[in-house]
Design a protein around this ligand. Structure first.
Ligand SMILES: Nc1ncnc2c1ncn2[C@@H]1O[C@H](COP(=O)(O)OP(=O)(O)OP(=O)(O)O)[C@@H](O)[C@H]1O
Ligand SMILES: [Mg+2]
Length: 304
């Protein structure tokens, strides 16, 4: 590194944004990366009016599986189909906020204040992102206190639902980026959601936690939120060159069947780059395979 280079400065834009192929976007009926023939996904219809939003919790108690990356990039891809999106950072780490270039640790008001204090209006806390039609409800470390504070509350599992209610009609999708745990915050996300989107890393151990996650989802369905559905399982960090990745994929499809999205997210350094750049991949490298994959995912999500 040259001495003048600031290691934390933004990387230069990729030198080329050459067209890359994404196997998820091949013709209908061809064998996709899941090993199944690809289903026909219709072109999303344009909307005449907006709302009420479908709330999707992006959830997996395993860390580093692509929850935050999927929230940012699915959200941005949905706006390309004319959908209005609110991203909810529901992790005290604030990675979603930071990944969109927002210095979350400096914010005075975050989701914590609306959730616990019920002081500020949601409109005063929601931030516009650089992506048109995509807003952010930011979070930072303050949210870590919420879990403890909520325990003593009546209706503690429905705090997020109450928080989001005033803006449901403004958006088409509200994506809630959960923290890697199955604690009270995640239960709140599931209680507020219409659907769960589960990113699953194509790694041997990823199947282990899946049973516990499914069990939690089922309990929330039975006890708190009967409308909750599993929107889909998204295979992430897939490396088509390794037998290991392909084997894990085959097991995931065997175990979960049709709820596994045809779209698969490959492992690529482009995603860590976008985090540093503070932009979704659909803008950072719009013609990359990663951007195409999240667009394909957006189409599947709209169709489900
Ligand atoms: N498809 C991918 N290929 C390579 N790296 C990826 C991919 N998706 C995400 N990453 C990188 O992996 C790391 C973890 O991703 P991400 O933060 O999205 O996971 P997470 O599930 O939200 O993690 P946590 O559980 O800590 O919240 C990040 O550095 C991200 O840039
Ligand atoms: Mg995350």
């Amino acid at each position: 590194m040259r001495p003048t280079e600031d290691p934390l400065s933004l990387p230069a834009k990729p030198a080329t944004d050459a067209e890359e192929d994404d196997p998820s976007t091949g013709p209908d009926g061809s064998i996709g990366p899941t090993g199944r023939p690809k289903r026909h996904i219709p072109e999303p219809a344009m909307l005449e009016r907006h709302g009420p939003a479908k709330v999707l919790a992006i959830c997996n108690q395993k860390g580093g599986v692509g929850k935050t990356t999927s929230a940012i990039n699915l959200g941005a891809a949905l706006t390309e189909f004319g959908r209005r999106v609110l991203l909810v950072d529901f992790d005290p780490q604030g990675a979603l906020s930071v990944g969109l270039g927002i210095p979350a640790h400096q914010l005075d008001q975050t989701i914590y204040n609306v959730l616990i204090e019920r002081g500020p209006n949601l409109d005063e806390v929601v931030i516009r992102t650089t992506v048109e039609d995509m807003d952010l409800l930011p979070s930072n470390i303050d949210l870590s206190a919420a879990e403890v504070q909520l325990v003593a509350e009546v209706g503690r599992e429905h705090a997020l639902l109450r928080t989001l209610r005033p803006v449901i009609d403004k958006y088409d999708y509200i994506l809630v980026d959960c923290q890697p745990s199955l604690g009270l915050l995640t239960v709140n996300a599931l209680a507020a959601a219409d659907g769960v989107l589960i990113p699953l890393e194509c790694e041997y151990f990823s199947m282990r936690g899946a049973a516990l996650l499914m069990d939690t989802i089922q309990k929330v369905q039975e006890r708190l939120n009967p409308r909750l559905e599993i929107t889909g399982i998204l295979a992430t960090m897939f490396d088509p060159r390794t037998l290991h990745s392909r084997e894990v994929m085959a097991r995931v499809v065997e175990r979960f069947g049709d709820i596994v999205f045809d779209t698969v997210i490959n492992r690529t350094v482009r995603f860590p780059e976008t985090t540093v750049a503070g932009e979704p991949i659909t803008r950072w490298a719009p013609r990359s395979a990663g951007a195409k994959a999240y667009r394909a995912l957006a189409r599947e999500v709209i169709a489900r």
